[in-house]
Design a protein around this ligand. Structure first.
Ligand SMILES: [Zn+2]
Length: 447
């Protein structure tokens, strides 16, 4: 599902005045010195200031207590993961899971818990002093249709069920992090907004996150973290996609008797040949794919309709728009060419293009504080966190230039989007929530 690139292990330089006993990474970020800091290509073993700040934060009594509890009470986190997973949440049918997720937020003491018009569960944890607003989300929806058996099977540290990793793991991590932030009274600045959002998977088209960033909260959210997936990756590149279902239509007729009229299937063949010949750049990566073709009634009929589904992707919005423009031209030119093949025919031939998916592209630079804090926290945790590019809820804020990443939730996942999906907590699954908590509290200037 993901294309991975090497981590830069971005370290960079914090201004000296911010280093002593100061873990308020955000105030460091507003310094022009910080903004100009470049990741160090050859990071030495010596900790950078941002890494030292993370080390100090991990040793803060409230954070250390949270770490200890996340480890000793790891069974609580896994119980959340398994029990949420057993509430079906097909695309556009996340209501039951949302209601239960909201109930659990309230039970933990999360404030102002509500379900918005789109179906997102939203709650707040307020800090002890003014500061930034960070939104921490997991997604409620799965790819599985109604009627799927979502009972969780446990064998040792391994849980097996559709959706157990993607994204019941993320939902459990958000819950367990919120629980520790509240119970340990970690003294952070600003506001932590915790969310279980709808519509991340394919057909949902990021509708939950879109609704959040189209609503009144948009201007107050300064950072966004989605917990999605397993392991320790940091997704800071958001692949955008445009998806279309394309219909070529004509009157159709007998393959012998009506011969000599434009054939919608032949027009689609011309279109596919043009798509196959599109030039696509490698950097930024641009891809195109005709994934499904259908239509026709019999071998001896000129079809009245031919249908195909096309997927375009890129890491940048500009490159995606550019290949999209060439696709649209090719789809229409195929009609012109097929009509020109049969100049004497008066039979109609048309193309109808339905949009079936639009995901905005975007990225958060490797040098951004949210990325560097995520990598520095991983170093403190002694885990390797690669930077990756993927299509997640973070695409939406990235596209709006709001600092955003998607963090994995720890553990080892297998078979996402398949019926035998599994999540193995092994001996150190608790490090996932510990990592997310450290990143979030570092960004919210806990001290
Ligand atoms: Zn997911």
């Amino acid at each position: 599902m993901r294309s991975t690139r090497l981590a830069t292990n971005a370290g960079g330089v914090l201004p000296a005045f911010c280093v002593p006993l100061c873990v308020s990474l955000l105030s460091a970020a507003s310094s022009p010195l910080f903004a100009q800091a470049k990741p160090q290509a050859n990071a030495t073993a010596k900790a950078t200031p941002i890494e030292s700040a993370m080390d100090k934060l991990a040793a803060h009594p409230t954070v250390a207590a949270a770490f200890k509890a996340l480890k000793s009470d790891n069974a609580w986190t896994l119980d959340q993961q398994a029990s949420i997973c057993q509430i079906p949440a097909p695309p556009f049918k996340e209501q039951a899971r949302a209601a239960e997720y909201a109930r659990r937020f309230r039970e933990l003491g999360v404030q102002n818990v509500r379900i918005d018009k789109e179906g997102n569960v939203i709650g707040e944890i307020r800090g002890v002093r003014p500061g930034p607003t960070l939104l921490l989300a997991g997604h409620l929806d799965t790819v599985f249709p109604e009627g799927t058996d979502v009972r969780v099977k446990r064998e040792g540290t391994k849980l097996t069920a559709p959706g157990i990793g993607d994204d019941c793991r993320g939902l459990a991590v958000v819950l367990t992090v919120a629980r520790q932030v509240i119970t340990q009274k970690i003294p952070f600045s600003g506001k932590l907004i915790v969310v279980g959002n709808v519509g991340e998977e394919g057909p949902g088209n990021l509708r939950g996150t879109r609704a959040i960033f189209a609503g009144p909260m948009r201007d107050s959210i300064t950072m966004f973290i989605s917990v999605d997936g397993t392991g320790f990756g940091v997704t800071n590149g958001g692949v955008g996609s445009n998806r279309y279902r394309v219909h070529y239509k004509g009157p159709g007729g007998h393959s012998y008797g009506a011969f000599g009229m434009p054939n919608p299937m032949h027009a689609m063949g011309r279109a596919i040949a043009k798509i196959a010949d599109l030039e696509a750049s490698a950097t930024p990566k641009v891809t195109f794919n005709v994934g499904i073709v259908s239509g026709g009634t019999s071998v001896n009929s000129i079809p009245f309709e031919a249908i195909m589904e096309v997927d375009l992707r890129s890491e940048t919005a500009a490159a995606l728009a550019e290949i999209d423009a060439r696709l649209q031209k090719a789809l229409r030119q195929a009609v012109v060419d097929e009509k020109a093949r049969w100049p004497k025919s008066t039979a109609a031939l048309s193309v109808v293009i339905d949009t079936i998916g639009l995901r905005p592209a975007g990225s958060t630079p490797d040098s951004a504080l949210i990325v560097r804090a995520s990598l520095a926290a991983a170093r403190t945790m002694n885990v390797y966190a690669p930077l990756t590019i993927s299509s997640t809820d973070a695409n939406v804020p990235m596209n709006l230039k709001i600092p955003a990443v998607t963090l994995d939730g720890g553990g080892v996942g297998r078979g996402a989007h398949s019926l035998d999906e599994s999540y193995d907590d092994r001996e150190d699954g608790y490090k996932g929530p510990q990592w997310v908590l450290l990143v979030v509290m570092g960004l919210l200037g806990a001290k």
